[in-house]
Design a protein around this ligand. Structure first.
Ligand code: TYM
Length: 331
């Protein structure tokens, strides 16, 4: 059976981008047709300036939201990265296979490091090694497919390169994974800055729809989305990025194509209104289930405990084998 692995980082509240680009696909498609693991990658949240209590809180919230989005522990494994030692164990070994040049070439590293420096802060070494830990997440489970938004493609490519290199040098240990993306929604943009990704750690709140935003807040954010001064509603990502983003969000909610919506609307206002209502309806069941799960934190804890146990059992033999292959006296 195809093995799927994907993860989400608790650095902020989950967004519509996370949902449309990744989580919805995990819940609707991947968990049903594959042997899938979904992970709250809390160790990745320590790569930038962080508050320990907030990371713990956001990790629990992310896990709860994954379940609220429809991940079913009977069908897939849901767990928290730091509860499975194999991720860190394998990451070190992969650091001995990756080069510093490879890590420095990563677009997200360059962007985030520049942002930290602009703020007058220093760049944590773990920000540089971040994609190696991500490769460990993926490779530890013999993953075939990694369902992610567009922004993670380069990181998955690195995981592929490291798997191939390790296998060539030290013997066959890893499956070579590939990234998969949803047809529509793989890159949801910030509503106020439609040339930048809608990211959970961004400062521009009004441009980000969070999964737990109240319906009226969602409506307000979408109605105020930046568009351009044109009149015709046509889909053109380069010339009309704000409009294209709304068309994509609406198409993703309705399961259609943004191109097909070109020409359907006579005004931006009508498009915004329909998009807002579609997003409100999309989020309604997730928010409802989230509320129910918040009333039962012991259930969520138990799902995570069992998930970590299962994940450990899956990862350990492969990581042990990699340790032995690279020359360590592992048990
Ligand atoms: P993270 O936490 O930034 O995002 C989680 C998932 O959501 C997708 N995503 C988006 N998709 C469309 N539009 C957007 N605006 C948008 N924003 C986020 C991301 O592509 C991702 O699929 N490095 C990863 C976490 C990670 C991981 C892994 C993923 C760590 N180890 C192993 C897969 C496999 C990250 O920061 O995702």
């Amino acid at each position: 059976m195809t093995r799927v692995f994907s993860g989400i980082k608790p650095t902020g509240h989950l967004t519509l981008g996370n949902y449309l680009g990744a989580v919805r696909q995990w819940a609707r498609v991947d968990q049903h047709r594959t042997d899938a693991l979904f992970c709250v990658v809390d160790m990745h949240a320590l790569t930038v300036d962080h508050d320990p209590a907030r990371v713990r809180r956001l990790s629990r919230q992310a896990a709860t939201l994954l379940l609220a989005s429809g991940l079913d522990p009977e069908l897939c494994t849901v767990f928290v990265q730091s509860q499975v030692d194999e991720h860190a164990r394998l990451s070190y070994v992969l650091e001995c296979v990756a080069t510093d040049g490879e890590a420095r070439r990563m677009i997200q590293y360059k962007e985030k490091a520049a942002r930290e420096r602009d703020r007058g802060g220093s760049v944590r070494l773990s920000l540089l090694t971040y994609p190696v830990l991500m490769a460990a997440d993926i490779l530890a489970y013999g993953t075939d497919e990694v369902p992610v938004g567009d922004d993670q493609t380069q990181h998955v490519e690195l995981a592929r390169d490291l798997a191939v290199r390790f296998n060539q040098r030290y013997g066959q240990a890893f499956v070579v994974p590939r990234a998969t993306h949803p047809k529509v929604g793989a890159r949801v943009m910030n509503l106020q800055e439609p040339t930048s990704k809608m990211g959970k750690t961004d400062d521009v709140g009004p441009g980000i729809v969070y999964l737990l935003d109240e319906p009226d807040v969602v409506r307000k954010k979408i109605m105020r989305a930046v568009t351009d001064s044109g009149r015709e509603v046509v889909y053109d990502r380069v010339a009309r990025p704000g409009l294209a983003n709304l068309l994509e969000i609406l198409a993703a909610c309705e399961g259609g194509n943004p191109e097909d919506l070109s020409g359907v609307y006579e005004s931006y206002g009508a498009l915004k209104k329909d998009t807002a209502e579609a997003v409100v309806e999309l989020l309604r069941p997730v928010q409802q289930r989230h509320k129910e799960l918040c009333a039962d934190p012991a259930y969520v804890e138990e799902v995570l405990r069992l998930g970590a146990e299962k994940a450990r059992g899956m990862a350990r033999p492969r990581v042990d084998a990699a340790y032995r292959a690279i020359g360590l006296l592992a048990g």
